[in-house]
Design a protein around this ligand. Structure first.
Ligand code: B12
Ligand code: SF4
Length: 568
């Protein structure tokens, strides 16, 4: 088999998380990943598929997932056995600040002649610091790096990098050069050809399904994502992907959207290999009303079996909701009001009222939605402890109003562990009532190895100290869990287990503080077994988010397997 030209590696949040004693907390409760953040960026597949179109052989290896699924998996030995002239590592999410650099270190240790290139939003925001690590040779900036990566690969042998846009690079003498971030395309029709077909080829070529699994639970609940554009029109103050943040981090001044035809083609391609839910990332209305309606028409004319998840950033009028319902029976709606309190919501950058939101929920449920998910957050501007607990009471009101409808899933979790670098609140903290506790990239790296998520938080607000964020988060999740059981949404036993686990977490948090106050950080090791027990519990949020997945998983597995057999 010809050699691999580039291997894309995804690191766990901390290397080696299996050895470091840490109480993870609910930092990943609102996403499908575990607190190890094992999900790799969708961009990995679009880079890989694009490079393969130009004749390069690319392999994706999810080191984080492999470490998570098998306690005996030796990541260092595995990396030592890989062979490629260049290794790409994502540093997209800041939560990988530790793991990504440590994985780069292992690559350099075992493959000193190979090159390491790092990319993603966090790498773009902190590129000057990231390139200064001896184990990093190049940093690729930008939110659309498929074409720059092709140019990088084309120039790798000759090392003529001067013309590769967005690249920060070290020459043979170790001097750093910064090419301008000039590639920010207004047209992205060249990407996402058939990256799902590429994933099937990966499994076949390397006989290795484990390395491409995106997150724990995916084989049971194989949700896949289709994106509608790059950038965002909105400006939620805490978000590193907002319009303002995209300008700061990746110099994107205008959003770029995909056509209904391209989005639909992606959905069709996925439906041929997967029966799992397809998540349409970004509000389809942002791509233009006419484009959104065209997409719905395609779906109605040529229906697919998968359930479709629509992210909506604003309330949806009844007419549009019924068009969604006709186009995608059993559709899922995902909405993030952040808080029930209009003043808090407004301070984060969102303007709709609870009445408008409830109307949207009502219409979606009446029109046959398979699920409606609402996400609330802790750590927002103007939000104090009472406001957080009032949000939980508001959730109870919703459960009452909708008779505990099991299709309505309500979530609350902390903004954490980091306030997104590049976000308005991170770049101008005082203006929005935030206090940054950690500034440099290296300090974020170190914070990730702290014994509890409370100590990792990189901010506090005028209304909530770091201790208060932790305290009210545990209280809010406990109370909401109880309400979910009261309204019959989840089994009582499951709720009790979660509430008990939170009590244990609070006890451990206190002991961590005592040990640290005594100036005896080594004492933290004695808590590892208890921490691991609390960390490993299955949460109500995962159950609600990924639940009912078993059936999807079986179907998916058989369909993926038949595709693989057919093509091998
Ligand atoms: C969709 C999305 C998700 C999806 C994940 C989809 C996925 N697997 O990529 C979900 C909902 C699961 C998610 C989770 C999280 N997310 Co998110 N997410 C987004 C969102 C809305 C869109 C991203 C997207 O679709 N991009 C399009 C795809 C095709 O491109 P891409 O993956 O970004 O890759 C391109 C470039 O970034 C770059 N690139 C990326 N990696 C690499 C690696 C190399 C080597 C190179 C060369 C280039 C490169 O090139 C790629 C191709 O052009 C953005 C906000 C936004 N407006 O962009 C936030 C965003 C990226 N997420 C963010 C955060 C904080 C998170 C979480 C940490 C939240 C949490 N605490 O749980 C988790 C992390 C999950 C994990 N890793 O396990 C922040 C990141 C800020 C930061 N600097 O850390 C953002 C900016 C905003 C936000 N708050 O939501 N997220
Ligand atoms: S949180 Fe707000 S700014 Fe960020 S991607 Fe979502 S809608 Fe856009």
């Amino acid at each position: 088999m010809p050699g691999t030209d580039i291997i894309l590696l995804h690191a766990p949040h901390v290397y080696d998380f299996r050895k470091i004693p840490q109480l993870y907390g609910p930092v990943s409760d609102l996403v499908p990943s575990t607190p190890v953040f094992e999900m790799y960026p969708v961009g990995f597949t679009s880079i890989a598929e694009y490079l393969e179109r130009y004749g390069y052989r690319v392999r994706i290896v999810n080191i984080a997932w492999r470490m998570l699924r098998d306690a005996r998996f030796d990541a260092e030995k595995f990396i030592a056995r890989l062979k490629a002239p260049v290794f790409g590592i994502d540093l997209h999410w800041m939560v990988h600040a530790h793991g990504s650099i440590e994985i780069a270190r292992l690559v350099k240790k075992h493959h000193p002649a190979s090159k390491v290139i790092i990319g993603g939003f966090s790498a773009s925001r902190f590129y000057k610091e990231v390139i200064s690590y001896p184990e990093v040779d190049y940093v690729m900036r930008g939110d659309s790096t498929e074409e720059p990566m092709r140019l990088f690969m084309d120039n790798l042998t000759a090392k003529t990098f001067q013309t590769v846009p967005n690249l920060a690079w070290k020459d043979e003498a170790g001097a750093v050069h910064e090419n301008p971030l000039s590639y920010v395309p207004d047209d992205i029709s060249h990407v996402m050809g058939n990256h799902y077909g590429f994933m099937v080829r990966q499994v076949l070529r390397y006989r290795d399904l484990a390395s491409v699994v995106p997150f724990k639970g995916w084989l049971k609940y194989p949700v896949t994502a289709v994106f509608t554009g790059r950038g965002c029109r909105r400006n939620c103050v805490f978000c590193g992907g907002s319009a303002k943040a995209m300008k700061t981090t990746v110099e994107r001044c205008r959003m770029v959207f995909r056509t209904a035809e391209d989005i639909f083609k992606d959905i069709r391609n996925i439906s041929q290999i997967s029966r799992g839910t397809i998540s349409i990332l970004g509000d389809i209305r942002d791509t233009g009303d006419e484009n959104a309606l065209r997409l719905l028409q395609y779906l109605q004319q040529d229906p697919i079996n998968n359930s479709l998840m629509f992210e909506i950033y604003d309330p949806v009028p009844e007419k549009l909701m019924s068009q969604i319902a006709q186009a995608a029976p059993g559709f899922v709606i995902n909405m993030s009001p952040h808080s029930h309190d209009f003043d808090v919501r407004k301070a984060t950058g969102i303007n709709y009222s609870n009445a408008e939101m409830e109307n949207t929920v009502d219409n979606a449920l009446k029109l046959g939605a398979g699920k409606v998910e609402l996400f609330f957050m802790i750590g927002l501007p103007e939000q104090d402890e009472n406001s957080v607990m009032d949000t939980v009471e508001y959730c109870r009101h919703l459960l009452e109003k909708f008779n505990g409808d099991k299709r309505l899933s309500l979530y609350i979790g902390p903004l954490g562990p980091f306030l997104d670098p590049g976000s308005e609140a991170y770049e101008n903290p005082e203006k929005h009532g935030y206090r940054l506790l950690i500034d440099t990239f290296e300090r974020h790296r170190q914070a990730l190895t702290m014994p509890s998520w409370k100590h990792t938080l990189n901010y506090e607000t005028l209304w909530l100290s770091r201790d208060a964020i932790m305290d009210v988060t545990y209280r809010a999740i406990s109370r909401l869990t109880g309400y979910k059981a009261d309204y019959g949404q989840i089994p009582r036993q499951m709720a009790n287990r979660q509430i008990e686990r939170i009590k244990q977490a609070v006890t451990i948090e206190r002991r961590i503080d005592e040990i640290l106050e005594q100036g005896n950080p080594d004492g933290i090791n004695s808590l590892k077994t208890e921490m691991d027990a609390v960390n490993s519990g299955y949460t109500v949020e995962q159950w609600q988010m990924l639940g009912r997945g078993g059936l999807f998983g079986l179907k998916y597995f058989s369909s993926l397997w038949s595709v693989i057999k057919e093509r091998s």
